[in-house]
Each structure stands twice: as structure tokens, then as C-alpha cells.
Ligand binder design. Structure first.
Ligand SMILES: NC(=O)c1ccc[n+]([C@@H]2O[C@H](COP(=O)([O-])OP(=O)(O)OC[C@H]3O[C@@H](n4cnc5c(N)ncnc54)[C@H](OP(=O)(O)O)[C@@H]3O)[C@@H](O)[C@H]2O)c1
Length: 341
């Protein structure tokens, strides 16, 4: 909050799978006021409830229903007092729009892959690398706006679970994912292709895991990844094997997860970012919206050791912690670190 007032924010791409999570989480946020929502031009002037195909597994908050969809226009966003822009645009649209938003002075928190690999653009996960916030100065902040991205959804879960284990020295990461259909956006895949089926290829995903994990955690392990789309609505499950530099016992891993905390208390940050259970059928995608805040916890289970490797299963909510919730947490980290709250 600036001067006791909430900071005005916009959501661009407000009708997609990720955009809907932004709208839900921002409908009642203690620091941010949802002042502007846009999507494709065909929706301008329509009420949110009448134009969106709501895919969340709970009712739309009443406050969102009457919000009018606006034109995606920088000048009008400025006139509305918007400071922070949350982007849920497809990468091809974001690659043009986000640098222009930055040049127009907006603080952009993006889910798109378009800008993630630029040297001065952080891929931020507050649990893992909030020090990368400093990179915004290289983009020209405070004279200009800036762009902060969050990671690809499957990488986010992996990076959060691995962050407290970095201290053991990670030599190799083997990961197989079971990714939900909401990860492909709305309407996403054809039901004909995914019903009763699994698809063992998600374009560009395996490469993103390797590239982003290394940038986020500043580590350089060999990464072996397979990504599979499965007929599940929300939540990505991942099976992981880590090879360490030192001899690590399952109890060391449980202790590291147990003691792991965010350095700051943030409205959208989970008190315990990684929650482990020894229950042998845990975790499952049906728990994707568990936790406090909902969908922001990474769940782990099925921990085991073989030779010098530790294996486990994790669950991340791809559209909350793995997308919009992660972006909002990044924005909270920024306003807290730069004294705007
Ligand atoms: N889904 C996930 O789990 C996930 C996780 C992490 C990151 N991401 C990334 O987040 C971004 C959004 O993903 P999504 O799954 O929400 O996609 P989506 O369901 O396809 O939504 C895309 C949104 O962008 C809007 N849009 C498209 N073209 C536009 C244009 N030219 N001008 C203005 N608005 C436009 C769409 O509006 P209309 O509805 O009006 O067309 C819609 O609101 C993507 O970059 C994706 O890679 C997604």
C-alpha cells in the first residue's frame, strides 16, 4: 500500500486459465486493488461474468461479476491509476506487449515465457531467489518500469522442492511429470485427444525445465526430463530423483523441507512452502487446491533412497503457485522490499 492506499493493479489476459486465478486472488487482496481487466478486443465493454468461461472449481467471487472488460490501452491504464500489471498473455502477444508496458512505466509481473531468458529479467520464486529482484535496476527501475517473470508451472514446483536441498550439492535431476490439462490454457487440448489418454510430449517443456531450473537456483546439474499430459483438470504431479554431491539421508531431506520458510511474511506466501507426508498414496492432483493460501503449497511424498540418490513425488498447483499466485507473491515481495507497503 502506498500512503495507506491499496496499489492499483491490472490483469491482462483476464479470461484465460491463469487470468481467472489472478482475478480470484486479487478480488480481495489486502495490498492490491483490481482496477483494470482486459482480454481480446471482442470482450471490451462486457461484464466479466457474462463473457468469461469460468473454469475454477469454486464459485466466482461476487465482486468480479460486474467488472467491465476494458480496452488494452496503456494511456487508459495510466489514467485509471494502474501501477502494477499482471500478465497472463500468450507468449507471442507478451513478447511485444510486455516491453511496451515496461517502457510506459508499469511494473509487469508475467507468466509468459517471452521475456524469461533475458539476462536482466528475473525468473523469480521468493522461496528460492528473491535476491534476483535487484535485476530490475539493470532494466532501468526506478526511472522506468520493469518485468519480473515467474517460471514455467512444472519448473516452479520442482524449484521450490529443491531450493532447501541446494546445500547438499545437486549433481543430477531426473524428473518425469504428469501434467494437468489446465496447463495448456483454455480451451486448450481437444477432449478427443486427452480423454482416456496420456500424451508423452509437451512442446518445449523439457527444455524449459532445464534452462529455468538452472537460472532460478544458480546451480548446474545434468537434468533428465520427460513431460506427459494426463487427463486431470488441475495440478501437476512430478516424480523426481536427485543425485547429491554428499551422502544424504531421507531424514535430512524431511528436516530441510520442515525448516524451510519464506524470509518475509507475505499475504500470498505459504507459511510452510513445502509440506511432506509419509502417507504412501500422497500427494495426488485432487489436493491441488489444498493449503493456506489455497494452491500455494508444494506437497511432497513417497520419499526414498537408493544408492546415492533420493527420490520423491511432488504436487504443484500449476495455475496458482505455478502461475498467477506465484506472480502475485512476486509483486508482494517487490512492494515489501522496496518499501511500498
Ligand atoms: N496454464 C498454466 O498452467 C500456465 C502456467 C504457467 C504459465 N502459463 C503461461 O501463462 C500465460 C497464460 O496462460 P493461460 O493458460 O491462461 O492461457 P489462455 O487460457 O489461452 O489465456 C490467454 C489469455 O490471453 C488473452 N489474449 C490472447 N490474445 C490476446 C491479445 N492479442 N490481446 C489481448 N489479450 C489476448 C486471452 O483473451 P481471450 O480469452 O479474450 O482470447 C486470454 O484471456 C501463457 O503465456 C502461458 O504459457 C500458463
Amino acid at each position: 500500500m502506498e500512503g495507506g492506499k491499496k496499489i492499483k493493479v491490472a490483469v491482462i489476459g483476464a479470461t484465460g486459465a491463469v487470468g481467472q486465478v489472478f482475478m480470484w486472488m486479487l478480488s480481495d487482496h489486502p495490498w492490491f486493488e483490481l482496477a483494470y481487466a482486459t482480454a481480446s478486443a471482442s470482450r471490451i465493454g462486457l461484464k466479466y461474468a457474462s463473457t468469461v468461461h469460468w473454469v475454477m472449481p469454486f464459485e466466482m467471487p461476487g465482486k468480479l461479476k460486474e467488472i467491465e472488460m476494458k480496452e488494452f490501452n496503456y494511456q487508459k491504464m495510466k489514467e485509471a491509476g494502474v501501477k502494477i500489471v499482471f500478465s497472463a498473455l500468450p507468449a507471442a502477444v507478451a513478447s511485444e506487449a510486455e516491453p511496451q508496458l515496461r517502457a510506459n512505466g508499469f511494473y509487469v509481473f508475467s507468466n509468459a515465457a517471452a521475456m524469461r531468458y533475458d539476462k536482466d529479467v528475473p525468473i523469480m520464486i521468493p522461496e528460492a531467489n528473491s535476491e534476483q529482484l535487484e535485476l530490475i535496476k539493470q532494466q532501468g527501475y526506478p526511472e522506468t518500469g520493469f518485468i519480473i517473470t515467474n517460471a514455467n508451472c512444472v519448473t516452479t514446483g520442482l524449484a521450490v522442492a529443491i531450493a532447501p536441498l541446494r546445500k547438499f550439492g545437486i549433481k543430477t535431476v531426473t524428473i518425469n511429470s504428469y501434467q494437468s490439462v489446465s496447463g495448456a490454457g483454455y480451451p486448450g487440448l481437444s477432449s478427443f485427444d486427452i480423454t482416456d489418454n496420456c500424451i508423452p510430449f509437451i512442446k518445449g517443456e523439457e527444455e524449459k525445465i532445464e534452462k529455468e531450473l538452472k537460472k532460478i537456483l544458480s546451480i548446474n546439474p545434468d537434468v533428465y526430463a520427460y513431460t506427459v499430459r494426463v487427463p486431470v483438470m488441475f495440478g501437476h504431479l512430478e516424480t523426481v530423483w536427485l543425485e547429491f554431491e554428499s551422502d544424504v539421508e531421507p531424514d535430512d531431506v524431511i528436516k530441510a523441507w520442515d525448516e524451510f520458510k519464506l524470509s518475509e511474511d507475505l499475504p500470498s506466501g505459504a507459511g510452510k512452502p513445502v509440506v511432506y507426508s509419509s502417507e504412501n498414496t500422497f500427494p495426488q492432483p485432487k489436493y491441488a487446491f489444498w493449503g493456506d493460501p489455497k494452491g500455494m503449497v508444494v506437497y511432497t511424498g513417497r520419499l526414498k533412497k537408493k544408492n546415492n540418490k533420493i527420490g520423491f513425488v511432488l504436487l504443484v498447483n500449476n495455475i496458482v503457485k505455478g502461475a498467477a499466485g506465484g506472480s502475485i507473491e512476486n509483486a508482494e515481495t517487490f512492494v515489501r522490499s522496496f518499501g511500498l507497503v
